[in-house]
Design a protein around this ligand. Sequence first.
Ligand SMILES: [Zn+2]
Length: 272
Amino acid sequence: MAAKYREANKRTPAIFDTHTHVSTHAFDKDRCQVLERAWSSGVAFLEVGFDEESSRKSLSFAEEISGFCAVGIHPHDAAKAENLETRWKHIESLVTGSSRVKAIGEIGLDYFRNLSPREAQIEAFVMGLDVARRHGLPAIIHQRDSSNDIISVIEKHSGGIPLVFHCFSEGIDYARSCLDFGGYISFGGPLTYPRNGHLRDTVRFVPADRLLVETDCPYLPPQSMRGKRNEPSYIVETISAIAGILGETPSEISRLTLDNALRLFAIGEQKW
Ligand SMILES: [Zn+2]
């Protein structure tokens, strides 16, 4: 099945899901079927690591299916027994070892769950931005209840690298700051939730060339799938929602967000 998917993945996709965790245990039982459904919906994706182990896994999965990945340390995993610098060194060796690594992430700050102390989160975030800058890669930013610190760290340490604000959950004011840094805004399933009118307003605000879509699967399924495990093929619901908001067709939004993702992650230059 992996071989079949590898062939399927060589065709230019119709849709690009910029944030997935398909190599995690949540998909161990039926990963092949999940890939098959992604392929038949024309969905390619960027598999995203969140610590050293999952970054290694994301890369070997990307190589197996001729896909692409990001490697990084999530703020939840900032404080671990092993030295942060050593972990980042190991992750950086994945970047130098494979052209399938297209971004550093996910990195950022999460003050909602605070699973690591804030100082450790900031340290891990700064190191991640440094790695991204050294390798000329975009960074994928996770943010929760931490927008002020995100902005001040980025101001000092991003050095103008492209940034993806993943699973965007804020309103227009924060989006404006993100866009001012040259950032891309990536919308996921929460855009389709009835209570999230502020996200639909933000979609109208984001310039067409900075718009991205993602699932963040297995988390945050779109409205019609709530309570279920999310997967890349469900991204069509988020795309339809954006199309409805902007008065475009779903295929126009697919095309637009695909072009943005391929340009941002410099995938167009590489053979699938
Ligand atoms: Zn994620």
